[in-house]
Structure formats: C-alpha cells, structure tokens
Design a protein around this ligand. Structure first.
Ligand SMILES: [Zn+2]
Length: 201
C-alpha cells in the first residue's frame, strides 16, 4: 500500500492557516474565540468535511473529525493538536499536529486503507493560556481534570466569562457533556514542535 503525504499541499494549508492572524506575517497571533480564530476554525472545518471526515464540535469548541472505521465496537485511535496561537508565535506550533494529522489521514485514504478502528482528528480548544489564564482548557474538560463548574468561573482579561464568550461564538451546548468516558480512545499520538531542549538532550 502506497501512502505518501502530499507535502506541498500540507505546506500550502499551513500557510493559509497562518494567514488567520492578528499580527502581520511571519508572526501569528490567534487568540481563542477571536474573529481570526473563528475564521480559522471555519477554514479547517471545510478541509475536514472535504476529506471527508465526520465533524462534531462540543460545548467548549473542541473539534472532532472522524474517519469512521469498519468496526464501531472498537475504541477509535486519535491524533491532533491545537490551532490557537500565543501573540507573535510561529506558524507550526499546534497547527502541524492538526494539518499534519489531516494529511496523514488523507494519505491513508489515497492509499486505499480501510481502518477497522475509527481514526479521529482532534482540535483542542485553547491550549494556550493567553485568554483565560489556563492552558489546555479543552483537553482539561475532556479528561475531567477541569470540572464544568471550574470552567464557568473562568473569565478573560476583560472580565467576560467563558460561557458568555462561547454563546457569542455560537457554541450553545452544555459543558457537562464535554467530558469523554474513560478509555474513550484506544490510543493518541500528537505531532508537535519541540520548544525546549529536553528532547534534544
Ligand atoms: Zn503548541
């Protein structure tokens, strides 16, 4: 089976995603639920739908794009990362884990692979603490490390609550339904840039 990723397409998509920014290129500033973040989400949803993957978005804006496998009784395997960006960051932080995961799925599709387990691509909401002062907001809620009550107490620098901002951004589901069951995923792998020296050492 031949499954070669289309690198020029991937680089093009990374470049397009980087253009959704409140800072001039090559810097990227994309704070969660800003107009640029919402536009970037819409762009990604289009790419996911075209793959085609089944889309789901939860109450805090975590996005799940699923390649449905042949055996629905098996737990899916997952990959993904984040697309929010701290002020004046680079274009690959988080985004390579999302668009790289998407291209990996498309390469497998082109190669004629049919997964037994579903393969799910995740985009975690607000990995960066820029807006709400807490990192990994989406994945904390998914794993139950942060409770819905704890999330309701979060406010941004302008004193606006997370729920108010979610409603305004069009997310109207219940935060109680974000948490995933234990062992929901069979496995998870994230492609992410290395930002420290630990791995290198
Ligand atoms: Zn990151």
């Amino acid at each position: 089976m031949q499954s070669t990723p289309d690198l020029s397409r991937l680089l093009n998509e990374l470049e397009t995603l980087a253009s959704f920014s409140d800072a001039p290129a090559p810097a990227v500033t994309r704070v969660v639920f800003s107009a640029q973040d919402l536009a970037a989400r819409a762009y990604l949803h289009r790419l996911f739908s075209e793959a085609p993957l089944e889309l789901r978005t939860d109450a805090v804006g975590n996005t799940f794009a699923r390649w449905v496998g042949g055996d629905s009784s098996l737990a899916p395997v997952a990959t993904g990362s984040h697309t929010d960006a701290v002020p004046h960051s680079g274009r690959y932080d988080g985004t390579i884990g999302v668009l790289g995961g998407l291209e990996a799925i498309r390469a497998l599709q082109r190669g004629g692979f049919h997964p037994r387990r579903s393969i799910e691509l995740l985009v975690f909401t607000s990995e960066e603490p820029t807006r709400f002062g807490i990192g990994c907001l989406g994945s904390r809620l998914l794993s139950g490390v942060l409770s819905p009550e704890g999330a309701r107490r979060l406010k941004d620098g302008d004193g606006r609550s997370l729920e108010e901002i979610l409603r305004q951004a069009g997310f109207d589901k219940s935060l109680e339904d974000v948490r995933l069951a234990d062992k929901f995923y069979h496995g998870f792998v994230e492609l992410h840039i290395e930002q420290g020296t630990l791995l290198e050492r």
